[in-house]
Design a protein around this ligand. Sequence first.
Ligand SMILES: [Ca+2]
Length: 491
Amino acid sequence: MLLPHRRLPSLVAALTLVFSAAFLAPRANAAARPPNIVFFLIDDWGWTDAASFGSKLYETPNIDRLVTQGMKFTDAYSACTVCSPTRASTMTGKYPARLHITDWIAGHNRPYAKLKIPAWTLQLPLEETTIAEALKARGYTTALFGKWHLGGEAYYPEHQGFDVNVGGCDRGQPGAYFPPYGIVNIKDERPGEFLSDRLTRDAISFMETNKDRPFFVYFPHYAVHTPLAGKPEVIEKYKKKLAAGTYTQTNPIYAALVESIDDSVGAVMQRLAELKLDDNTIIILTGDNGGLSGTVNAAGWRPGPTRNDPLRLGKGSAYEGGVRVPLVVKWPGVTRPGSVSAVPVTSVDYFPTLLEAATGAPAKGLDGESIVAALKGAPALSRDAIYWHYPHYHPGSATPYSAVREGDWKLIHFFEDDHVELYNLKNDLGEKTDLAATQAPKAAALRAKLDAWRTSVGAQLPTKNPAYDPAREWEGEGPAGGKKGGKAKKS
Ligand SMILES: [Ca+2]
C-alpha cells in the first residue's frame, strides 16, 4: 500500500516533526479510545456555498457554528475538478493521476475532439487500501451514508472496508431528492422525506448504536448535486429573499438544497453533543469539486445553479472555481476554535491525517501528507506543491490539462496546444492576468516541476486524435456535449 517516497529535509519538515512530537504526547492518554470521525463530503459544494465562506444568499447557521468551533481553511482543494477522482483520492491518499481514475465515472467523451483521452480506470480497484479499511484494522466501526461513485456492484463500499453502506452505489446523483430516490441500496423510504434528512437519520442511528466504540462515519451527501430540489417552504423563503435584494447567487432551489446540508450538519452536531461524544469526535466538512457555475458547448455558455466568485469558473474547469472548496475541521483539543488556516490542503491529505488521528503516527509514503501540524497551527506543511491532472474534456470548459500550485503560484498546462498559463493567486485570486510571458523563468521552472511529477506518478496522457474533426469537436456524451449521452451517469 505504501509507496516509496523520499523528501528533502527542510526547516518546515523539522518544524513539522516538532509539532508532531508535541502532538504525540497528549495523544498517548487517549490511545484507549481514539477519536470518532465524521467526514462530510458535500457533492459539488462551491467555495462560497456557505455564509461563513462568503455567500450572502445561502443561510447556513450550523456550518457557521462549526466554523466558530473549529478551523476554517481558505486554501483547501479537491484533487480533481469532478467527483470520482476526488473520492478515490480521499479513500486512498493517492493522486487520481497515480490511480488512473481521472474523470467522473463513466466520464465525458468527445470522439471528434482534438485529443483522444487515455484508457483510464472506471472503478477503485479492490487491491487499493481505503481509509475505511485502515481504520477498521485499528478497531473502528465504519459506515458510509450517501454517494460512493467508484465503480459497479463488485466495487461497492462494503467491499472496501465499510461495515454499513446506506446509499453508496455506482450512481453519481439520485434520481430524485424525494422518494422514490432511485438508489438501489436505500430501503424503506418514508413518503415525503428529503434525501439529505434520510441519510442524516440513518447516520445518527448508526452513531447511537456505536457510541461506545470508535466509529468512522463517511458522509458523502448526494446534495448539492443536481437534480435541483428543495423543501417547498425553504424554496419559498429564498424566493422572497431574492425578490427583496440583489445577490450574486440567484437560484432559490439550489439555496434550499444547500440548506438541507446545513440541517444535516446541525443535526449531527446536536446528537453528538447529546451523546456526550462531541469532545472526542473529529468533524471534517468539505466538497468534492467546485460549484456548478455553468457549462459550455458549441452554442455558448449556459449558467449553472451557483457561482464561485471571486474564483474563476467552477466544476469541470481548469481554474480555481473548479477545485477550491470549503473546508472546516473541528478536532476538540487540537484545532483552536474559530481559527483560520491558509495552508493548501487537498484530498490526498485526509487518509494520512485520519490515520494519524487514530493511531498517533502519521502514514508515510502516500501522495498526501498529514495536516495535523496545520490543524495545530503550523503555517506550512513539509511539501512544497500540490498537483492536478485531468486528461479529459468537460462541459464545465476543461480541455485536457495538468496544474501545479507552489506557494502563491499556479501554473496550468493545457495539452491541446501545449500552452501554459501562470497566475499569482495572492494578487490575482480570480486568475485574470496570465503571467506566463512576463514571468517566463517562473513558468519554465513550474512546468519542469509539473512534468517531473506527472512522470513520477505514472500519469496517463492524452494523444493526438486521428478522428479529430473541427466541425464535430463538441459532439459527445454529457449534459452540454451536443448529443444526448443516455448511458453515462452524470458526475
Ligand atoms: Ca461532484
